[in-house]
Design a protein around this ligand. Structure first.
Ligand SMILES: [Fe+2]
Length: 204
């Protein structure tokens, strides 16, 4: 998939705006597990168009230690995600899921957060107010974007590739200026976790 800035974008990824940390395709049941960005062209400036990355598990565990109630709320209640538009094909994707998906042992398994696609519908028990959900969400978003502890900027140069787990490592981008003489062009590939691990074993 080509991620290129344009004056007529059909998706936020194709704009030149700032993108907060998120996972891709939080609006479908089968979200991609691994992502690869291959940088083809890059804009100038040390910060413009820089990628942002964050170990979401580390931030979530920090939240769990500091604010266990916030962690519980984000792991208990589904958040409504919706994406409507056209990108190669027309789509109207909706999925409900908690921000923190736990496994059967209560351990963090996956993170689903994409503020650009977050809707405003909730199913919250009476004992927990909607305010407490937003408070927990705001706390977590602030932690994710804390440059001293969790957010790591990585500006790829042409020819470089970055590979990460989409359901653990959140990604975003700083804004940049759209100019006629410069382009930010990344090629994006999604991979199954099974495929990545199988090849890692073969290469070991
Ligand atoms: Fe993305």
């Amino acid at each position: 998939m080509t991620v290129e800035s344009t004056n007529n974008p059909s998706n936020l990824a194709y704009t030149s705006g700032r993108l907060t940390l998120h996972v891709d395709l939080s609006t479908v049941n089968y979200s991609p597990e691994f992502q690869m960005f291959h940088c083809i062209r890059q804009v100038s400036g040390s910060h413009a168009g820089s990628g942002w990355y964050c170990d979401g598990f580390a931030a979530a565990h920090h939240l769990e230690r500091e604010f266990p109630e916030s962690f519980r709320i984000l792991s208990e209640y589904d958040c409504y995600n919706r994406d409507v538009g056209s990108d190669y094909v027309d789509f109207d994707n909706i999925f409900w899921r908690p921000v923190f998906k736990l496994d059967r042992f209560g351990e963090l398994e996956r993170i689903f957060i994409n503020n650009h696609l977050r809707g405003d519908r909730f199913s919250v028990k009476v004992k927990d107010s909607l305010f407490s959900w937003y408070e927990a969400y705001y706390r977590f978003m602030r932690l994710l974007h804390d440059r001293r502890r969790f957010l790591v900027p990585v500006k790829l140069r042409p020819g470089e590739i970055i590979v990460f787990d989409n359901l653990r490592v959140l990604h975003g981008r700083s804004e940049f200026e759209l100019r006629y003489d410069e382009k930010r062009h990344l090629e994006l590939i999604y991979c199954d976790r099974d495929l990545v691990y199988a090849n890692a074993r073969l290469l070991a």
